[in-house]
Design a protein around this ligand. Structure first.
Ligand code: TEU
Ligand code: CA
Length: 554
């Protein structure tokens, strides 16, 4: 990896920009309406034109697709919908030839119930693989072993009638949790990881890795409002992560990013402290939780100041021996433009401001496909228009509990994961150039303007802005290096920080609102990049005005 000599970061992944591809929605190559590996291969020039360094591929393994591939039935096979192992090898080669890296999604908190491991495990209490999953006897009245709820609604236990025991599934009942206590299971996982690493993949994003060690004795959950905290950070978690590092990761020059719901600023350095030798980076969900209530379909108001405080606190925490990862959205969230920006009047300005934050804050940015175009949320009219198992399950529970479907659909329109999963918009032809057939999820209605071809032709588009900032982040060491300082902005919607070392710094101003605000902007320096075409003024910032100044050298 081109780890430029002027970089003061010691490892390549600190100065990289990561781009997440959700393969099902990126590019269909054969007209079946489902994105696939040959489709991604056709778009390598596009990826290269963005300037990103690392592609994170959401799961492409064999799967019955109960949770769109996060339920894996064969960890070493490619799902036929996505192509073949030859297609995968060609993609890996193509990315490497262009100087980009590839990281895979590692989903080992659970497998599919259709994985041969589970098929064997459920054969009976004496099967050698019985202990690879988490089986428990029913309570005295046949009830579930404890009160655990699934993240996708309902009990986290499913009764297996043949053996009369329950198995644990923190996600859907087709996603039984693996038992990490079992050393043979752990070795099987490590062997599978080596299979991919030996092919040359450059690391893993580890799905809900904070959940792999279960609480001792599986006591009832006390606070059902906070399942993340109830299930995460189990007693042997860090033993497992250290073992995994020693036995697998330490033998390769690769990167690991843990997806860590339930991780807090108190325990984050246990995951990513450099001397701990566990993970390189982690995704934290505190910002993601800010606008969510009891369930993720209760959407709450939030204030920019609260978001800044969370971001600064995480930055400060990780600076003490770790490294941050900066993201706003992924395939599990609504579109960042609709959630954190303004997808109406200021859609372009606010999409640019979010880009400026992602690419100027300290840490490795992880961008999600389509956000570089400023794609907004879609509107789903009816429950049948959604595809995601999470929305469908919660809808069913809501209706069974006497709630009305229309009310739920309204809430789901603010929170659903399907927003991020609508097809990538390539051009203004039918189905946005994503497929020649019928897309598995409807295309975003704004595709006639928000698409790659149109934005390529418009020099002031969101897409060009992303390219410019990605290039800038590479060429200006202050922007990717380790130096960062929070600076008071004097206004609650204005985020301000300084990057770089004394004498050679840039200052970032971000007005995170649709209002004109008065604010003493220090114009003493030159404007490197701005979300507006014309220069800023000293006493105020315009709606979603973001400016990076090269500070005057002193
Ligand atoms: O997501 C895990 C997940 O649901 C949490 O990160 C959640 O967003 C967080 O706890 C907020 O409270 C991963 C995958 O990204 C997702 O697509 C899968 O459905 C899930 O795991 C199960 O594999
Ligand atoms: Ca296809």
């Amino acid at each position: 990896m081109k780890n430029t000599s002027n970089s003061r970061n010691d490892v390549w992944w600190k100065s990289s920009v990561i781009y997440q591809i959700y393969p099902r929605s990126f590019q269909d190559s054969n007209g079946d309406g489902i994105g696939d590996l040959p489709g991604i291969l056709q778009r390598l020039d596009y990826l290269q034109s963005l300037g990103v360094d690392v592609i994170w591929l959401s799961p492409v393994y064999d799967s019955p697709n109960d949770d769109n591939g996060y339920d894996i039935s064969d960890y070493e096979a490619i799902h036929p919908e996505f192509g073949t192992m030859e297609d995968f090898d060609a993609l890996l080669r193509g990315l490497h030839q262009r100087g980009m890296k590839l990281i895979m999604d590692l989903v080992v908190n659970h497998s599919s119930d259709e994985h041969s491991w589970f098929q064997e495990s459920r054969r009976g209490k004496t099967d050698p693989k019985r202990d690879w999953y988490i089986w428990r006897a029913p309570g005295p009245d046949g009830e579930a072993p404890n009160n655990y709820q699934s993240f996708f609604g309902g009990s986290a236990w499913e009764l297996d009638v043949v053996s009369g025991e329950y198995y644990l599934h923190l996600f859907t009942k087709k996603q039984p949790d693996l038992n990490w206590e079992n050393p043979d299971l752990r070795q099987a996982v490590y062997r599978m990881m080596r299979f991919w690493l030996d092919k040359g993949v450059d690391g893993f994003r580890m799905d809900v890795i904070s959940l792999i060690s279960k609480p001792e004795g599986l006591p009832d959950v006390v606070d059902p409002h906070n399942l993340d905290h109830a299930y995460a950070n189990g007693p042997r978690l860090h033993d497992y992560l250290q073992e995994m590092y020693q036995q697998v990761m330490s033998h390769y020059d690769v990167v690991t990013i843990g997806e860590c719901p339930g991780m807090t600023t108190e325990n984050a350095l246990l995951y990513v402290g450099a001397e701990r030798k566990e993970l390189n980076m982690a995704f934290q969900f505190e910002l993601n939780a800010l606008d969510r209530g009891f369930t993720k379909f209760d959407v709450l108001d939030w204030k920019p100041q609260q978001a800044f405080d969370i971001l600064f606190r995480w930055d400060a925490t990780l600076n003490a021996g770790g490294w941050n990862n900066v993201f706003l959205g992924n395939h599990d969230t609504p579109r960042i433009l609709s959630r954190y920006g303004d997808d109406g009047r200021y859609c372009v300005e606010s999409a640019k401001l979010l880009a400026m934050f992602l690419l100027s804050f300290r840490g490795t940015p992880t961008l999600y496909q389509g956000d570089e175009l400023g794609m907004p949320n879609t509107h789903f009219e009816h429950i049948d228009e959604f595809e995601d198992v999470e929305v469908k399950n919660f809808h069913q529970l809501h209706v069974e509990g006497g709630g009305d479907s229309a009310g739920f659909v309204k809430a789901a329109n603010a929170a659903a994961r399907d927003h991020a999963r609508t097809p990538m918009c390539w051009d203004d032809t039918k189905e946005a150039g994503f497929t020649q057939g019928i897309p598995w999820l409807k295309v975003n209605p704004r595709y006639p303007e928000v698409n790659v071809r149109a934005e390529n032709e418009n020099p002031s588009s969101v897409l060009h802005f992303y390219r410019k900032l990605i290039a800038l982040r590479k060429s200006v060491p202050a922007l990717h290096g380790p130096d960062f300082q929070r600076v008071e902005s004097g206004h609650p919607t204005v985020f301000r920080y300084r990057r770089g070392k004394s004498g050679d710094t840039v200052t970032v101003w971000l007005n995170w609102s649709s209002e004109h605000v008065s604010c003493q902007v220090n114009l003493d320096g030159h404007v490197v990049v701005s979300t507006y075409p014309d220069p800023p003024s000293s006493g105020s910032l315009r709606p979603w005005e973001g400016v990076i100044f090269q500070d005057k050298k002193r």
